[in-house]
Design a protein. Sequence first.
Length: 305
Amino acid sequence: MGSIRDDIRQAFSRGNGTSVQLILINAFVFAGYFLVKLILSMTPETSQLVAGINQNIYLNAELSELILHPWSILTFGFVNASFFSFLFNCIALYWFGFLVQDFLGNRKLVNIYLLGYIFAGISYIIFYNLIGMSESTISMSALAPGATAAVYSVMFATITLIPDYELFLFRRFSIKIKYLAVTFLVFSFMTPDAGLMNLGGAFLGYLYIKLLRTGVDLGSPFEAFQEWLSSLTKPKEASKNFKAKKFSHSTVGQSMAYHNTEETDYASDQEEVDALLDKIGTSGYKSLTLEEKERLYKASQSDKL
């Protein structure tokens, strides 16, 4: 038991394990939610409380209810609808999350995950209310989980970044991740509500990478907040040795203002990383030399991406 506790503590203490951290957070929420749900369902008197819990953690597309539970726009991104969706999300986060983490760094992975389910939720609310006003025969559930939409955001960010990257299944068969992600998205429309939510997340993941290549980082507010939190834990002496970064840094040419003695080196390093990402976009990851792959990996770990 102590070993499990130590492994979990280690996963959250090291700075390069964001994909594992997201998996663990989803696991904690899933286990806690269904344990509470199971306990409350044992008696008729307490089973009614389950609906109240759902109102607080699921996204509610009814605007009148959403106003009463505004925090649900944040919490629903870690809620899984079933055990199978939870299992799928964990596997997909492990595969695709590590790729985003290796190529773009930990903070970009967090940005894509958070923005993915928030954008998907907003899109879902809009569609839900438009369908309601149009008196359409299409029915949508007012309550919706969002963890899968966040995962699709990560998946489609990955295939936009490295579309020809291949995964090996059972050590024999290989498949390009772009075909895998699109296939899963299409099948998710077997449940229209879920498919619509996932489509919103997928679009955000695609858009995030496309804009990132032009120098626009949609995750700038999240990165600024993360840097502010990090600055609270840094010793004051260390903060005097360099100037704080500006709003955010992008993978495509907008370097940040570090200390003046480091600025030139950072800019040249950033240009090299951008050139490698462009090469991947045109010729695929396999076109990189071993030295270039190592350079890209080191850049992602040092948060130059």
